[in-house]
Structure formats: C-alpha cells, structure tokens
Design a protein around this ligand. Structure first.
Ligand SMILES: C[S@@+](CC[C@H](N)C(=O)[O-])C[C@H]1O[C@@H](n2cnc3c(N)ncnc32)[C@H](O)[C@@H]1O
Length: 495
C-alpha cells in the first residue's frame, strides 16, 4: 500500500476472528475470559450521506470487513464525533485499498485505527466449546441433542461428563428457547418398557412440563413420563404423507400421537394405542387440544392384542355406520346492504354438517417401537380371517387392498444393503413367509406388488421396502420396513 494514511497493522482475517483459548478445565465458566480486542482499521465517513455509497463500493471491492454477527457500520470511535452522529466503516484486514484510496483522495473518508471489541456474547456455542474443551474432544462436541420444548436432553459420552455443567451452562447461554438442560443417566443399557429414561438436571429448573409443536399440532406432556423425540419429525411427516383422507390407520405404539394427531388433522381416521397410561392421557389431551376427536380414537393396551382388536372394531364401526361428523362452519353474518340501496340477497339454506363414513378396513399399521416391534408381527396372523370378501380380487371389495404395515427396527449402520437384508430376514421369520428386499425404485405399496408376487421358483414372496430413518449411534441406525400384509398371513386361521 503506497498511501501513508492507509498503512495499519492487522493480523490475517481468519486469525483475527478466532475465539480466545480458555482452557480452564472443569472450573466454573468465566465469561470475562472470552473478551478480546482486535486492532483493525476503519474508514471514518465525513458526511453520513455518503455511507450507503461507500458501503456498497467497499463491499464490491471486498475492502469492507465481512464477519459474522459484526455490523461493518459503527459509531466513530471518538466519543465527541460519535455524539455528533459520525460513523465509520470497518475495513477488511487484508484490504486492497482501491475504493478506499479513491474516497480518501476525494476527502470523503479518512482511515483511522479502530479497536473492535468482542466478548462472550459474540462467540457461538461451538466457538466457546472449542475454546474450553481440550483438543482431543473437539471432534465430537455435543450437538444435535434432543429438544423437547424448553428442555435440552443430552446423552453425554464418558469423556465429556467432567465438563457436563459447563456444557449445560453454555447451551443455556447460547439457546434462548432452552431453560433446562438434562443428561441421560446411564441405566446400564436397559431400555424402559415405555422408552422413558433416568436423568439428572445439569442447568435450569427441574421442570419437565413441556409444550411442543410438530406437524401443525400442539402437544403438552411431562417429558420424564412419556416418550418424545424431536429427531423423528421427518419420519412422522414421511408416513403421514402416505395416509389419504378417509382411510383408517392403526398406530399400534402411538406415544402421545405425533403420527396420529397430524393424520387426524388431514381427516385420516386413526385408532391410536399406547400401553403407557401417561402417554394415553397426553394423547387424549392432544386429541382435544388439536380438535381431531372426530377422527382419532385413543386406546391403552398391549400392542400385541390391539392389532386384531383394531381390525375387528374398525369393521364393526363401519358396519354400524359410524361417521366423523364435522359441524358446518359458521360464517359471520353479512353486514346489511341497506346503506348501498341494494336488496338483501334471498336466504340461503343453512349449511349442513359433513359426515365422513369410516371404511371397513385398515389401510396402514404403524409400529414405532424399534427395539421390539418386529416381534409383534405374529399378531397379524388371521387379522382378516374369514373376511376375504372385503379385499380385492373379490368383486364386492371395490379394489380394496390389504393393509400396509410400517414396522420400525434397529440395525447396524452400513454402506451396503447388509442391514436391510437382515431386516427382511427378521420380518420373514416373524411372519412365516418368504420376503424379498424391494429393488431400487420399487415401491412395495404399488399396484400389483403384493402377495401374488412370486419368485423365480413360483413361490409367493412379500416385497419389503426398508427405509433408513436415522443414525441413532455411531454404529447403529433406525430403519422402517414397509410391506403389504400377505394374504397367507391376513387370512390364516387365528390361533
Ligand atoms: C419409540 S416410542 C414411539 C412413540 C410414537 N409413535 C412416536 O413416534 O413418538 C414407543 C412407544 O411404544 C409404547 N409401548 C411400549 N411397549 C408397548 C406395547 N407392548 N404396546 C403398546 N405400546 C407400547 C411406549 O410407551 C412408547 O410410547
């Protein structure tokens, strides 16, 4: 740089914006240690009317400071000038000084030293964590935790446990919507029956009553008493998208209703069951709160018995003529048109309630209990025993098809089809039929892909689609196997 006014010392842009290293071990969080002053340069603007022009020009020439969460327009560092409203533009430490030179020559700008002050609030969660944790812990800085309303739920690996209170405090500081941070307490690998967990509070009040929104629905529950996982939102949406209005879905392990309630909102009938009495109560409350009572019925029993009960009860309900009755929308009365001189329009007939009949059969079963749901599959034997006439090809069935079953399970994480083939094997054993993994692009629900499908040797085989839901641990994933219930199972004699 040749212009004497433009000479100033700066570090490279990358290093300037590095968080101070604060290796205080597990000692209490000292936010003051995160303050930092950085000597840069600024262009003092002589007339504020030219600010917009020079900001744009300096941006185009990359001479302006571009740093996350720092505005490049600041009050003049001289207090008297700042009080007069004078401003300056912060400059990129590796400035090329083209536009700047021009502005200085025209006496619109002058280059001044500027002390940029950054403090704890400036740095991101990752910045602060990287500053505090020793380098060997930087690869897996806790993130992507489960969030339920105002509660952040950590499941810290052993190496991070000594830092648990620091981590919790930083999480609270950096996420205004979080008030309580909890950590799962190791229960020696044992899953509780209702998928609830032991926890310790790391920061904030021990208040587990949360409100969450998902799928355009609101749920209120005690997070210590029922299952909830915010990371399943995509899976909930994926399945709800498959359900068509007016169909019946049976949610065998419904929890507090993240499949059932949004499905009810799109006018899908749902028989929703959970064995946990607390989940049942929250499900009932969610049905009322989200006004889906005409479509969603809650139950509280063991899923094994519920599978057949639901099929029987849906058929009975349909034969009784049960309907969802939707009251007419009451429109606000029109304003009188007398003032316009026009005649009032003749009275329209009062709007009628809408009646949507429950169909006789279930279109989808959902079984989200990944640790054991496959073991429930024998419960489908004889689901529609003696009711062949309800389904195609019976002429009276109007093309109605046997239900799709969506069963969740765990398996190893892998890049090949190994785990998916293994899921098929487990489904095959539980159902007692031959199973084939759906080929790439093959839809197990598509017309013609069902129990009549035969393998090369002429033996019927069930086509199973296996969807990777999410990785749940470094070596473990959650899958969803979807298949149409084969005739051999649905019409078998009940035991
Ligand atoms: C992984 S959670 C899934 C809940 C809900 N479907 C969701 O996606 O959030 C599994 C649910 O199965 C329920 N459950 C456990 N054993 C059951 C059984 N034998 N019959 C029915 N529900 C059961 C638990 O109470 C829990 O709510």
């Amino acid at each position: 740089m040749s212009h004497p006014e433009l000479q100033y010392h700066v570090e490279g842009e990358m290093t300037v914006f590095q968080v101070p290293i604060v290796r205080t071990g597990t000692a209490a969080l000292n936010r003051a240690l995160f303050s930092k002053s950085i000597g840069i340069a600024a262009a003092a603007v002589h007339d504020n009317k030219t600010i917009a022009h020079y900001r744009k020009a300096l941006q185009a020439s990359k001479e302006i400071l571009q740093a996350d969460r720092v505005s490049p327009i600041c009050p003049h560092p001289d207090k008297t000038l700042a009080d007069q409203g004078r401003k300056c533009l912060l400059l990129n430490p590796s400035v090329k000084a083209e536009v700047l030179k021009d502005g200085v020559q025209k006496k619109d700008l002058s280059v001044i030293p500027y002390e940029l002050k950054l403090d704890y609030d400036y740095w991101s969660y990752r910045d602060v964590m990287a500053s505090i944790l020793p380098e060997e812990l930087h690869d897996e800085i806790p993130s992507g935790f489960n969030i339920a309303g105002h509660v952040a739920h950590l499941n810290l690996r052993d190496a991070y446990v000594p830092y648990k209170h620091l981590i919790a405090e930083i999480l609270l500081d950096k996420n205004p919507q979080i008030r309580t941070v909890i950590n799962k307490v190791d229960n020696v690998g044992a899953e509780s029956e209702f998928r609830t967990f032991q926890y310790e509070v790391l920061a904030g009040p021990d208040d587990m009553h949360v409100t969450v929104n998902e799928g355009d629905c609101t749920f209120e529950f005690d997070y210590s008493k029922v299952y909830w996982n915010s990371k399943l939102e995509t899976e909930h949406r994926r399945l709800v998208t498959l359900f068509q209005p007016g169909e019946v879905v049976c949610d065998v392990m419904a929890g507090i209703g993240p499949f059932a309630v949004p499905a009810g909102k799109k006018r899908v009938f749902v028989w929703a069951n959970d064995k946990n009495p607390e989940s049942f109560k929250c499900l009932e409350a969610a049905i009322q709160k989200n006004k889906v009572a005409p479509f969603v019925r809650p139950f509280c029993e063991d899923g094994r018995t519920f599978i057949r009960r639901a099929a029987d009860e849906v058929l009975e309900a349909s034969r009784r003529g049960d309907c969802a009755v939707i009251p007419p929308k009451v429109k606000p009365p029109r304003r009188s048109s007398n003032s316009s001189g026009r005649q009032p329009s003749p009275r329209r007939a009062a709007p009628k309630e809408e009646r949507i009949p429950i169909p006789p059969t279930i279109s989808h079963f959902v079984m989200n209990l990944p640790a054991s749901a496959i073991e429930f599959l024998p419960g489908y034997r004889g689901l529609y025993a003696g009711h062949e006439d309800l389904f195609a090809p019976s002429p009276s069935a109007n093309g109605r098809r046997l239900p799709m079953v969506h069963v969740h399970c765990f398996g190893p994480k892998a890049d090949d089809d190994g785990p998916k083939l293994d899921v098929c094997e487990r489904v095959s054993k539980a159902l007692g039929v031959r199973v084939r993994l759906a080929r790439e692009g093959e839809d197990p629900a598509a017309e013609g892909v069902e129990e009549e499908k035969v393998g090369e040797d002429g033996v019927p085989e069930v086509v199973v689609g296996v969807h990777l839901v999410r990785a749940v641990a470094p070596a473990k994933s959650m899958y969803c196997a979807s298949f149409r219930l084969p005739r051999a199972v649905a019409f078998a004699a009940r035991d």
